[in-house]
Design a protein around this ligand. Structure first.
Ligand SMILES: *Cc1c(COP(=O)(O)O)cnc(C)c1O
Length: 242
């Protein structure tokens, strides 16, 4: 329990320092808790400490933890790769934003289901800024077209972009990914598509959150630095059925 609270306090200090150094207000940056593999009892501790934005990578885990977290007020996003056969389930669990929309076929199926259920959903478009095969996301060149196509679907509201930066100890290489996402978001803003907002930039994780904040992140997604090392390698979540 105390480990989580201490870790959160360290992360909070890192966020505040990065905001100060880059002339940003603390409230421009939301801390999202990436809770894959973390039991609901531990997630609760963080939510009770006031960090109420959480996200899973797999519907199965959303489902497993749903009942235990239901009684405590929080907001759920989804940050994992979404297969189209999981859309119905996604909509069953009060997810308010999908960070990983990366293809039109998925968007069309999602929109159809949303219409059927008379619901709307906020989404971010996931962009592959590191050009690594292993990661999901639309190629940056194809992102404006995808945004335009999705903007015509009535029940999906685009709120911004998301990326997973390169895994590298070389900060400048990581920075390139985040800067690419920021530039892309400016470019898309200028195209002024109807029904599209470019206000959120979801980027930065435990290792690279300072760089992401420097480059304009509005949502940072932190797991390990708060909940500790995971036993399951990330490749399990990121390469699934590719
Ligand atoms: C796991 C995960 C994170 C958090 O990564 P950490 O390195 O544990 O902070 C962020 N974003 C996505 C998409 C993830 O799957």
């Amino acid at each position: 329990m105390t480990d989580i609270l201490q870790n959160i306090s360290k992360i909070e200090q890192r966020i505040q320092k990065a905001c100060r150094e880059n002339n940003r207000h603390r409230d421009e940056v939301k801390l999202l808790l990436a809770t894959k593999t973390v039991p609901a009892s531990r997630i609760k501790i963080a939510i009770e400490a006031g960090y109420t934005l959480i996200a899973e990578n797999r519907i199965q885990e959303v489902k497993e933890k749903y009942d235990e977290l239901k009684s405590i007020k929080h907001t759920s996003h989804f940050i994992g790769h979404l297969q189209s056969n999981k859309i119905k389930e996604l909509l069953r669990y009060d997810i308010s934003c999908l960070h990983s929309l990366d293809r039109i076929t998925l968007a069309e199926k999602l929109d159809r289901r949303l219409k059927f259920e008379n619901k709307q959903l906020d989404v971010l478009i996931q962009v592959n800024t590191s050009f690594e095969e292993s990661k999901f996301g639309v190629h940056p060149q194809n992102a404006p077209l995808l945004v335009e196509q999705v903007s015509r679907l009535g029940n999906i509201r685009i709120k911004g972009l998301m990326t997973i930066g390169l895994f590298s100890a070389d900060t400048e290489k990581v920075r390139k990914c985040f800067r690419l996402l920021k530039n892309l978001s400016e470019k898309i803003k200028n195209l002024q598509f109807q029904n599209v907002e470019m206000k959120e930039l979801s980027m930065g994780m435990s290792q690279d959150l300072e760089t992401a904040i420097a480059e304009g992140a509005t949502i940072i997604r932190v797991g390990t630095a708060i909940f500790g090392q995971r036993d399951t390698p990330d490749s399990f979540y990121w390469n699934e059925n590719k």
